[in-house]
Design a protein around this ligand. Structure first.
Ligand SMILES: Cc1cc2nc3c(=O)[nH]c(=O)nc-3n(C[C@H](O)[C@H](O)[C@H](O)COP(=O)(O)OP(=O)(O)OC[C@H]3O[C@@H](n4cnc5c(N)ncnc54)[C@H](O)[C@@H]3O)c2cc1C
Length: 414
């Protein structure tokens, strides 16, 4: 069987795989990406956060992405019963990027992978990793092409950025259930001819449909908009009617904020369903490999954290892989797992506070305090590693405490 030798094998050509590959390649190492699918391929996760721009910039991707003319994103608007809470990334506590993009991921991910190829990183499409044998930190990976023909890749290190494929956790029994309850999403892209000019298209809108059920509206620069309902599986079961297109149309008609704009709207594809997508893993690294992006942990779509966690984890991991390949010691717990968990746990607090209604109290409060809004805005921009921000450093306590103060104030005012 043919065996190729590389310094680093990257599994998956999504944002996490490509960011890691580019940074490691720039440091002078040989890298190969293997990708199961043919690109462009569909994947959900279309609203980015400003923090991911730093990772895209370091990987050398910004110019190529800019050239695509994707929709610029300047903020996020939350809507509930006619009340609006608008976060603008230009008004935030943490110094950093004030904008990012809303992207159809097929095209966005292809742009990143194509840029990798121009940097001299070969990408093998329609090539699936089926097995890995480690010998210390060296490894031999078996890859099958679309005709089932196997080949082998000997690598000094593996970056597993296989997303929902979860290659290494599955091969080595490292999957761990998430501590978030199972949720479901029903979504499509629509031809958004009645797009409102009220703050759109340069931001996303998140609508609270009812307790625990919310809707994403993510406009793209081509006039289409991504639209999805998210919530407990029971909610979808109760609204089932035999086909997902009619179910989504019925749901749209039941939402006052959308029913006129999306009435008789054309769906670009039959609505898709994703379920129980939150998942975790027992560890983020091992001898000869590191897990990045969704493979480490995926929480929830509500704050668009997925691609940011994917790219930031890869940015961090790439630097540690480079150190390791240079023969320097790496403390993966201190330098990788702990910082990544700091970010993941901050988002987790906000996700839980979203679903239990605590964030509703804060987002839709009358007379919000600007300084606090700016601190929360930084979290929503993905700056979840800035421990100068009290709403990052003390996220567990700060959010419930603020909601409690707002409730007390509102009770006193009535
Ligand atoms: C309903 C929903 C909505 C979401 N919305 C958002 C959002 O608005 N914003 C956001 O930032 N995130 C969102 N996400 C999360 C987002 O989808 C992911 O976090 C993001 O795609 C992770 O990137 P990644 O590079 O880790 O993985 P991926 O983008 O999934 O890329 C992994 C790649 O690995 C390849 N692969 C898999 N198995 C193998 C194998 N055996 N061999 C070779 N290659 C393999 C796959 O084909 C894939 O191309 C959402 C998620 C869900 C479920």
């Amino acid at each position: 069987m043919k065996t190729e030798k590389v310094d680093v094998l990257v599994i998956g050509a999504g944002p996490s795989g490509t960011v890691a590959a580019a940074i490691i390649k720039k440091a002078g190492f040989s890298v190969r990406i293997v990708e199961k699918m043919k690109f462009p391929r569909f994947v959900i996760g279309e609203s980015l956060l400003p923090r991911c721009m730093e990772a895209l910039e370091e990987a050398g991707f910004l110019e190529a992405v800019k050239a695509k003319g994707f929709q610029e994103k300047f903020g996020a608007k939350f809507v509930k019963n006619g009340k609006v809470c608008d976060f603008l990334f230009a008004e935030q506590f943490t110094p950093g990027w004030s904008w990012t993009w809303q992207v159809p991921r097929g095209e966005f991910d292809k742009t990143l992978a194509d840029t990798c190829e121009t940097m001299g990183i070969p990408v093998s499409y329609e090539s699936t990793v089926t097995g890995i044998v480690f010998n210390g930190s060296d490894s031999v990976t078996t890859v099958e092409d679309s005709n089932g023909n196997p080949s082998q890749i000997a690598a000094r290190f593996i970056v597993d950025g296989s997303g929902y494929g979860r290659v290494i956790p599955r091969l080595f029994n490292m999957d761990k259930p998430s501590n978030l309850p199972p949720r479901k999403a029903l979504f499509t892209h629509v031809v958004d001819t009645k797009r409102s000019l009220d703050g759109e298209p340069n931001r996303i809108t998140i609508i609270v449909h009812q307790k625990g059920i919310w809707i994403w509206v993510i406009p793209f620069s081509d006039g289409n908009t991504s639209l999805g309902f998210v919530g407990e599986p029971d909610f979808f079961k109760a609204t089932e009617c035999g086909n997902t297109e009619q179910q989504l149309r019925d749901l749209i008609a039941s939402e006052p904020y959308l029913k006129e704009r999306m009435k008789d709207v054309e769906f670009v594809f039959e609505p898709r369903v994703l379920e129980s997508y939150s998942v975790s893993t027992t560890r983020f690294y091992g001898d000869g490999f590191v897990l990045t992006g969704n493979v480490t942990e995926f929480l929830d779509p509500v704050f668009s954290s997925g691609v940011t966690l994917a790219t930031v984890s890869s940015q961090l991991a790439a630097h540690l892989v480079i150190k390791k390949l240079h023969g320097q010691p790496v403390d993966w717990d201190v330098d990788y797992t702990q910082p990544m968990m700091q970010g993941v746990d901050t988002f987790r607090t906000y996700v839980m506070a979203w679903y239990d209604g605590t964030l509703d109290t804060i987002f839709f409060a009358d007379d919000p305090v600007k300084e606090i809004q700016d601190m929360i805005c930084s979290v929503l921009a993905g700056y979840v590693w800035d421990t100068n921000n009290p709403y990052v450093k003390d996220h567990h306590r700060a959010i419930p405490k603020l909601a409690k103060l707002i409730r007390i104030r509102d009770t006193m005012n009535t």
